[in-house]
Design a protein around this ligand. Structure first.
Ligand code: ADE
Length: 232
């Protein structure tokens, strides 16, 4: 699975994607994440200025038609960014691309959405808005699906993109490793305990459920079933 993230803030992903399971999945080439910054596709005198000292400012946003607070990311740099990705994908064979645009009012993202997307697609392009959002024509032109990660409003699409990458990556064979990949088939619980057997905290004692220390596998499985983790 190849994820393409269109974002004005690619650095926001650095530490998370380089850590632990996702970092390993990238190193082992089970997933690939490519960032494309629409700022690099800004053109025209009005938006791209070269200063006498050689510095270049690239203005990616503009004021909303019809008025209102905040700025809107212009369509052109985003469309050009997606076009540059589409050209790369077109060079490969047997690819199936999905384009996602993040919006708090979109289709609710769930584990089953993640599973279905991993099954059906080889490339997922994610459009991360900032400020008041991206010019609405972009999603229409690209036939992108609006996707929400929950009923709350965030300041941009970067956190939703990280959520999708994490959740989809763990559906890809080998990403969780041999031990964890068995997890879905195993009876699993939402309660886990480790040493010590009795935890002392502020003069109170907290013991591990005795059944987990009993060594009786049937009873342990039954206890885990009772405390089963629900997959959304
Ligand atoms: N952009 C802002 N809030 C969002 C949310 N909850 N889900 C997806 N994209 C968003």
């Amino acid at each position: 699975m190849h994820f393409y993230v269109i974002t004005l803030f690619p650095e926001a992903f650095d530490s998370y994607l380089n850590e632990s399971i996702i970092g390993r999945a990238i190193k082992e080439k089970r997933i690939k994440v490519t960032f494309v910054n629409p700022r690099m596709f800004v053109s025209g005198k009005k938006y791209k200025r070269v200063w006498p000292d050689g510095n270049v400012s690239r203005i990616v946003d503009d004021r909303p038609f019809g008025g209102g607070p905040g700025m809107i990311i212009r369509a052109e740099p985003v469309l050009k960014a997606v076009e540059s990705i589409a050209k790369k994908i077109a060079k490969k064979e047997n690819r199936k691309t999905k384009i996602i645009h993040f919006s708090p009012s979109g289709t609710k993202f769930t584990t089953s959405y993640a599973k279905a997307t991993v099954k059906k697609y080889t490339d997922v392009v994610m459009l991360c808005g900032r400020y008041e959002g991206i010019d609405a024509r972009v999603a229409k032109i690209l036939k992108a699906e609006d996707v929400s990660i929950g009923d709350y409003v965030l300041t941009g699409g970067e956190l939703p993109a990280m959520v999708l990458i994490d959740s989809m990556a763990r559906q890809i064979p080998g990403v969780l490793g041999t031990f964890d990949s068995l997890e879905e088939e195993r009876v699993s619980s939402s309660e886990f305990y480790t040493r010590p057997e009795v935890l002392e905290w502020k003069k109170k004692k907290y013991a591990v459920p005795p059944v987990l220390l009993s060594g009786d596998h049937k009873k342990i499985e039954a206890w885990k079933m009772e405390h089963n983790k629900k997959e959304p």
